[in-house]
Structure formats: structure tokens, C-alpha cells
Design a protein around this ligand. Structure first.
Ligand SMILES: [Zn+2]
Length: 144
């Protein structure tokens, strides 16, 4: 795995729009070799069975207009048996809009995008070392 550093911000709790359960919002800034490189958000609500992850890769400098040089990949994480699964979803399913995170790709665009592997590296980081994400996924009911 590449040598990235992740800054773990404190979680923000809200209520899920669909069920009112506690919803957790995580913001992670990722630095590679000292440079701001990517950001991902993870959102999940108690009682739901997946984590929504949006990973934005590109220019995370403070430059004006940097957001236009970012590309965002909308993903979901879930558990199947003992394994973490990840899948790309369409922009409309991400819960976010183009803007700060850059242009959010639809699934088909994401699958063909040259930065696709960066997005999967970030989801790998999330399931390897992002404790609230891991705890949520590990507390999912097993079997069936
Ligand atoms: Zn809900």
C-alpha cells in the first residue's frame, strides 16, 4: 500500500434523513509524501448495512480554483461474510453534488477513469485503518 498519511477528524453526528437513527459523518484528509492529495468522506447510519464513501482525488492545494481539478468517486462499502466489499455507484447516489469535492463521476465514468485505482486505494485505507468505519462494518449482522 502506498505511503499515505490520513488525518482523522472527530466524527460529526446527525440524524439519518430516512429513519432518524444516528448518522455518522467522517472527514479524512489524505497526504502523500507531504502533499495534500485526497479527501474522503464516510457516512453511515445505525441500522443501515453500508457505508457511503466519497473519495476526491486531485488538486487539494489551497489554490483558487483547485476544486475544478478534483475528481470524486462515489462508492459503497459493505460486508459479505468475512470480507469487506466495495463498489462504485452513480453520482446521484452519493448524497453529494459537484463543487468542493470536484466533479462526481457516475459509475461508468469512474470505471473508465485513470484515477480509479487511487479511489480504490482510499477505500482500502478506510477498511484497513479507519476505526469508526471498521467498527460499523464489523457490527453488521452476519449470515443470511
Ligand atoms: Zn436511515
Amino acid at each position: 500500500m502506498v505511503d499515505d498519511e490520513i488525518e482523522f477528524e472527530a466524527p460529526v453526528f446527525t440524524s439519518c434523513a430516512c429513519c432518524g437513527n444516528r448518522s455518522t459523518h467522517l472527514v479524512r484528509f489524505v497526504t502523500r509524501r507531504g502533499n495534500a492529495f485526497a479527501v474522503y468522506y464516510a457516512d453511515f447510519a445505525d441500522g443501515h448495512d453500508m457505508v457511503s464513501l466519497i473519495a476526491s482525488v486531485g488538486d487539494w492545494s489551497e489554490d483558487l480554483g483547485a476544486a475544478s481539478r478534483r475528481t470524486a468517486f462515489a462508492m459503497r462499502l459493505w460486508v459479505d461474510g468475512d470480507r469487506y466489499q466495495v463498489g462504485l455507484v452513480d453520482a446521484a447516489e452519493s448524497g453529494y453534488s459537484d463543487g468542493f469535492l470536484g466533479h462526481i463521476l457516475d459509475r461508468n465514468e469512474a470505471l473508465a477513469h485513470p484515477l480509479r485505482q487511487e479511489a480504490f486505494d482510499l477505500s482500502d485505507h478506510a477498511v484497513a485503518c479507519d476505526r469508526p468505519v471498521i467498527e460499523f462494518l464489523d457490527n453488521q449482522p452476519r449470515g443470511g
